[in-house]
Design a protein. Structure first.
Length: 166
């Protein structure tokens, strides 16, 4: 049994036998091919890491863009809410957006404007600048018709002749 084991140790394995069959130029070509394969594998790993970095950058850019869009939409919502609230209270509602500190009015996560804060800001503006308040028409009782019936019209020439006749 000992002689069989020595014989198997001396026999080349399949890879060794194939590499030896190729000779020196074949071994060099095989080693070069393995080297290229390892380099390609390493390059692919580096590219995967680079793509992962780009994914992180893309996610950060998306988050930043969403934040900017939300802030712009919130600012527009506040402007529209202030104009709407000022429409019945100010003679020139468009001035309300210029005179009120819009950054003090909060907008929640869903984009809803705090209506009570808007109303309070418009009321405060009217209080501070009463000349901006909308003027309401108040009818003057001295103008127009008085009493239940109008006064009689002065007599015409025909009325005078008829009265003289008799």
């Amino acid at each position: 049994m000992g002689s069989e084991q020595q014989a198997s140790d001396q026999q080349p394995t399949k890879d060794q036998h194939g590499a030896e069959a190729l000779g020196d130029p074949g071994k060099k070509a095989l080693d070069a091919m393995k080297q290229k394969w390892h380099e390609a594998r390493d390059e692919a790993a580096a590219l995967r890491e680079q793509v992962a970095g780009f994914d992180d950058q893309l996610a950060a850019a998306r988050t930043e863009a969403e934040s900017k869009v939300r802030s712009v939409l919130a600012a527009q919502s506040v402007q529209y809410a202030v104009k709407a609230a000022a429409a019945g209270k100010l003679s020139r509602p468009e001035l309300a957006t210029k005179l009120i500190d819009l950054s003090a009015i909060e907008v929640n996560e869903q984009g809803t404007v705090d209506e009570s804060a808007v109303a309070a800001a418009v009321d405060k503006l009217v209080e501070e600048f009463p000349e901006l308040a909308a003027r309401r028409f108040i009818p003057d009782p001295d103008k127009g018709q008085r009493g239940a019936t109008p006064p009689p019209a002065p007599p015409t020439m025909n009325d005078i002749l008829r009265a003289a006749r008799g």
